[in-house]
Ligand binder design. Structure first.
Ligand code: SAH
Length: 222
């Protein structure tokens, strides 16, 4: 990828990106750190060239393998909620996908661990993270419904795919005080939930809003 492709022109230019940021602000995103990182992140490099002219629309787009790059508004919202009570040192992301949400989170946290079950998506995401020189991210090809126990505990966990119920494994990998943001439910009726680990064995759960994510599936794809 050359410099011009990375910076973008026309429908992928900085001006187009700035318009998206203004829109996110109008829709209620308040955390300026999040908006600034999104302003500086070229979303068009996370999707196929044929769709790149739509990169700065506030919508999810296909990335192959029946998966989608998350909608910018929801990326902003989840990141803002995750960071709402202060800086996070260790964070787990479930569902790397294109790596877009990963690239927004990475500059805002200490260390980011991200798991993906579809290997070819992970390979592409790895390449993009390298292009953007994000060095505090570790990727793993695994079924993230089980989390990544070897790197736990986490101050924050963000899931970009929806299980039917909050997986017990993810709750157990939270540090005390840690925050888990996760869409929960079937294909028709999902809620975004915020689970906080209050003590070793107490958790609070808050429903944030209705959402639509791809399902969390078990097993891995090579
Ligand atoms: N935030 C990503 C969203 C990708 S869609 C982006 O902006 O690109 C959700 C991703 O979760 C998909 O790539 C899907 O393969 C992955 N996924 C689904 N179930 C999973 C699981 N059990 N473990 C890890 N990843 C999973």
């Amino acid at each position: 990828m050359n410099d011009q492709q990375l910076r973008g022109i026309g429908m992928t230019s900085q001006r187009t990106r700035d318009r998206l940021i203004n829109r996110l602000r109008d829709q209620g995103i308040k955390d300026e750190r999040v908006l600034e990182v999104m302003r500086n992140t070229p979303r068009h490099i996370f999707i196929d060239e044929a769709l790149s002219h739509r990169a700065y629309e506030d919508t999810a787009l296909p990335i192959g393998y029946n998966q989608t790059i998350s909608q910018p508004f929801i990326v902003a919202r989840m990141t803002e909620m995750l960071l709402a009570e202060g800086e996070l040192q260790r964070v787990l992301e479930v569902g790397t996908g294109s790596g877009y949400q990963t690239s927004i989170l990475a500059p805002l946290v200490g260390e980011l661990f991200s798991v993906e079950r579809i290997k070819p998506l992970q390979d592409k995401a790895r390449q993009r993270l390298k292009t953007l020189e994000l060095k505090n991210v570790q990727l793993k090809h695994t079924d993230g419904g089980m989390g990544w126990a070897g790197k736990a505990p986490y101050d924050g966990i963000l899931a970009a795919c929806a299980p039917e119920e909050v997986p017990e494994e993810l709750k157990q990998q939270l540090a005390v005080g840690g925050r888990l943001i996760i869409p929960v439910g079937g294909s028709e009726n999902q809620e975004l939930k915020l689970v906080i680990r209050l003590s070793e064995d107490e958790f609070s759960t808050e429903v944030l809003e209705g959402v639509k994510f791809v399902p969390l599936l078990s097993g891995t794809v090579r």
